[in-house]
Structure formats: structure tokens, C-alpha cells
Design a protein around this ligand. Sequence first.
Ligand code: UN1
Length: 509
Amino acid sequence: MAQHSLPDLAFLTNRAQVALQRIGVTLPRGTDFYARSPITGDSLFALRSTTSVEADQAVAAAHSAFRTWRSTPAPRRGELVRRLGELLREHKGDVADLIAIEAGKIRSEALGEVQEMIDICDFAVGLSRQLYGRTIASERPGHRLAESWHPLGVVGVISAFNFPAAVWSWNTAVALVCGNAVVWKPSERTPLTSLVCSQLLARAADDVGAPRDVHRLLLGDRMVGEILVADPRVGLVSATGSTRMGREVGPRVAARFGRSLLELGGNNASIVSPSADLDLAIRGIVFAAVGTAGQRCTTLRRLIVHREIVAPLVARLTDAYRKLPIGSPFDENTRVGPLISTGALENMQRALARVQADGGKILVGGSRRLTEAAPQAAYAEPALVLVDDQKGVVREETFAPILYVLTYNTLDEAIALHNDVPQGLSSSIFTRNQEEAEVFLSSEGSDCGIANVNIGTSGAEIGGAFGGEKETGGGRESGSDAWRAYMRSATNTVNYSGGLTLAQNVNFL
Ligand code: UN1
């Protein structure tokens, strides 16, 4: 596996400062926490957290902005999101730089993340003219039965480090055109990215004359997020992160009868059938398993391969893994950047030790890299591991580039293995057999929220709804009709008959 030299702290600080300046962000300096870069493991800037009093004020300000925003016509609300999309186009490189610096994503993927934000802005602008309800045939003469849709109030967005900007934009662009205000608690690992996103939205608000307080940012650790979870003014909490986090957030929001939209852990698998185009499959598998250093919620973690083709597939994958350039996200040859922290690397190594203890065989990868060049950083070789059955750590989401290879004989067996994990986010099958593809997509097939044919599990477009079942939490974000989660419906019965007819033929007065 090739290596490249790493940038130093001065390069990272300078590059971050240039991006922050171009976007017009003044850092909230303090001593509460640090903006860091996993590229070297260094701290870049010491920052101040939002206090609980400030967080409470932010929710109050957002709630009061909501009161005017909800009566602004939706297509005019769309103008705010259109302007945000324009500013993101203008500052695409700057935002991508901060994503690369803070999340350690390679630049092409960081640029892709900003493109994903631009795409959801375009989608939400269109949506601002398509927030429709249905009319229903009434059983009574002279009556109109219809549904109308209304915003919820303040939407709380809790986001993770791995998509520090795109997941915010999926929620925010859609929530805003629906008439909500948004209060955002990003991961404390990506404060700079959240500050620039927030600043671009504030500029967009000024440019189109929208209230600035329709969006507020809270910086800090989970205590700050808990304010959103607890506050009854926050009608919807949209939280992305681990299943463990969702287990805490979901019931607490439900206890106050708030709504939650949960995007939690995945343990995504692809089935590779004997009829698959192996050239295509290899490319799809490597991107899905290794992209973002295995730190996407959609990362491919299990490969379920037909016994007839396991030997050639594994040989080619091993070869591809050996050639993966690991190193600086700013080097355009790099395909694997750092893990977010040394803690993540320890989790990876613990998972590899557990799977080996259970009889798994590491075929390639798994070692730490660049230890001397960056002792505080966490670069790891993506690992390919052959396992006999699906037990122990194979059933868990380890947020690192480990791909477990399982084998199958019949499609039924493959689908049973595929579905026999607690998580249900993304899935795919590589096949040229149409019948197999259709069975996989049918109700007897994949039990995930995303099911693909002849592509990997990651890299979804924003036009479809994004989310998963089982321990992934059941939420749907971004495209399709995911907007309904950000609104409440009212059923309206209008009587224009001049008389009073009761439903169900009830006779009364
Ligand atoms: C995430 O990892 O939280 O489908 C989101 C994908 C990206 C989004 C991933 N469009 O891989």
C-alpha cells in the first residue's frame, strides 16, 4: 500500500484560516474545546462552547423567527435555500477544505459532500413549490375533505463528524422550505465546518431578507445536544449517529411527545452472485468499503459471495486493497485518509482481534500506518477478513474500514445472512440475473431502507429518501417525500352544503 507525505500543522492552520476568512467567519475563541485535524492529530484552534443559557436563548430566538417564517409563502422560503446553494457553489473549495481538514476526507469526497449540499438546495427550492396535500372523496354531499400541511416549529439537528455538512443540509434545506426554524448541534469534532455552513446561511438570509434566527448553531459536546432533546419547543429532533446515541435520544424525545428522525448505525452488505460482472463489482465494492476510510454510515461492511466465485473475487480484492494509496487527503492520489481519532483505530484493532479469536482470517490490511510521520494521527490499512459465520463483531458496526467476507450457496441463504443483523440501512446485489435482482428488491429480499443493484451500498443521490430500518432507526431524510417528517398534517372537512349531515349516518339534533 503506497504512502504519501503528510501536510504539517502550519499548512492545515493556514488553509483553514484562508477558508474561514473567505467565508467571513470569526472564530468563537475560548478554552472549552479544540478544532482538530485527524490528518496530523493536532489541535488547530481553541474554541468556546455554547453555554446552556445561550442554547436556551438560541432555541427561543429560533422559535420566535419561526412565527414569521411559517407565514412566509413557501416559494419565498425557497429563495433563502436557493441563495444558500449559490453561496455553496461560490465557496465549494473552501467548504471542502474544511471538511477535509476536520473529517480527514479525501478532497474528491469532500468536494462531493459539498456537491451533495448544492443538490439538496436545488431539490428543496423545487420542493418549495410542491408541498401538496391530497383531497379525499367525502361521504357527505356538499363537503370537501382534504389534508393540509404545516411546519412543526423548531427542528433540532444533531449531526455526526463523518458528513459534517451534507447531513445538516439535507435537514436544513428541507426543514426551512417547510417553514421551520433550525437549531443545529454538530459534532464537536467538526466545529469549523459547521461555522462556515452557518455563516453562509446567515449571509443568504441577509441577502434575501429572511430572519437570521431561522437558523442557530450550538457548539459543544453532548450536553449541548441534550438541550435540544429536552426542549418542548423543538418539535422534531433529527439525529444522526450511533445506535447507542439513538437509544438515548429517541425515548427521551418521545417521552415529551416530540418527534424524532433517527439515522443510526448500519452494517451494510452486498451479495455477489456468480453472474456478477466482476470488474464492475470490484470497483463498487472497494469504493463502498474503503471510501471515507470506512466511516460512512453506508459503508460496505459485509460481502456475501457465492461459493463458486469467492476465490477469484477475494484474489482481486486483495490485490486492489494492496494498491490503495493511504495518506494525506490533500494528495490527489490518496484514496484512504485517516480515521477520525486514535480511539477509532483502537476500536478497529479490537474488532480485528475479536474476529480472529472467533476464527476469522485477515486476508490483507489491518495495520497502523504513518505512525512515525504522524504519531497522534490514526492511519489504518483497510482490512479484508474471511469469516465462516456471522457472529460476534461481524454483527456490529465498527466505524472503520473492515470488510468481512462470507460465502453462500443459494440466494435464499444469502438473503437470510444479509438480513440477519440488527441494523438495516443500505444493501446491494451484484448480479446480471434479473430474477435474482428482483427477488433481492422484493419484500422477501433486503430488509434495508436502501437496496441497490449493481452498485455498492454507499454514495446515494439526494433525490431518493435516505434512511434505514431496525436499529438504524427508521428515519427518512433528503429526497422523495421525506419532507413530510418536517411537517404535521391536518385533516380539514369543509361543509358547503348549507345543511348539517353527520358522518356514519348518525342522527342527533
Ligand atoms: C452518512 O454516512 O451519514 O450515501 C451519510 C452516502 C452519502 C451519505 C452518507 N450520500 O454514502
